[in-house]
Ligand binder design. Structure first.
Ligand SMILES: [Fe+2]
Length: 247
């Protein structure tokens, strides 16, 4: 769904589309002010929370024609992709996530993964100061075959292992991919939206060395193929934590 269509908003590369100016500047200011004023109410260790606030911010965006037109367009394309590729109709409600990441969250960076949902809309709200470590999104050129569950299983198992590696090792692993031009860095700009198929596109974020990066992320249409796998991984993680004495 991310290929073959060029609009005035165009393709950043073959996997990610950028929709310029779909978030009004005034609304952006209000959302950031709202987050700043409510920081004491939530501070999850991973900086990530599916919250009523995230849903409210998305609903506020939907009041604006540019955003709602973009959303209708990419959702229609995603439903078509699911119909043609997975052979079913998609109609489940989107999941809204607010993600605020700062310099003390190194454990949240360089976590390469696939999303369980087919369509991901990333709306940057506030960027960290520019530099090598500003939390930018990285997409990998290698894609996962959506109808190859065994490959999916082995890839997930490897990524699960990779997420447990120390920060420096994870970063070295990912940077080796960058140096080999296997990845593309998406320089996000608040006010724009970035759209991709996270179910088949491997991706991760850079570390945030200074300041705080804030993003609203909307996931649409759970592919459903990973539900059993997630249950299994959760059980393994629980067992690992018990053996390590965390619970
Ligand atoms: Fe993701």
């Amino acid at each position: 769904m991310n290929q073959g269509v060029t609009t005035e908003n165009g393709l950043i590369n073959e996997f990610v589309r950028e929709f310029v100016g779909v978030v009004p500047a005034e609304l952006l200011v209000n959302i950031n002010a709202s987050i700043a004023s409510a920081r004491h109410e939530w501070q999850p260790p991973d900086g990530r929370r599916a919250s009523a606030s995230a849903r409210q911010f998305a609903d506020a965006l939907r009041q604006h024609d540019a955003f709602s037109a973009m959303e209708a367009q990419v959702c229609a394309a995603a439903r078509l992709w699911i119909r043609q590729t997975l052979g079913r109709e998609a109609n489940d409600a989107p999941v809204h996530v607010l993600r605020c990441v700062g310099s003390r969250m190194a454990a949240q960076s360089y976590l390469r993964h696939f999303d369980s949902h087919v369509l991901t809309v990333l709306i940057p709200l506030q960027c960290a100061p520019d530099g090598d470590q500003n939390g930018d999104l990285i997409v990998h050129m290698r894609r996962c075959e959506p109808l190859a569950p065994l490959i999916h299983l082995f890839t997930k198992a490897w990524l699960f292992f990779e997420h447990g590696l120390p920060f420096g090792l994870r970063r070295a692993l990912v940077n080796s991919g960058l140096s080999m031009r296997h990845c593309r860095r998406i320089r996000c700009v608040p006010g724009n939206a970035y759209v991709f198929n996270g179910f088949v596109t491997l991706h991760h974020n850079l570390h945030v060395a200074n300041g705080e990066r804030r993003s609203l992320i909307i996931h649409y249409y759970d592919a459903g193929l990973e539900a059993r796998l997630r249950t299994m991984l959760r059980a393994v993680r629980h067992m690992r934590d018990r053996l390590a004495g965390y619970s």
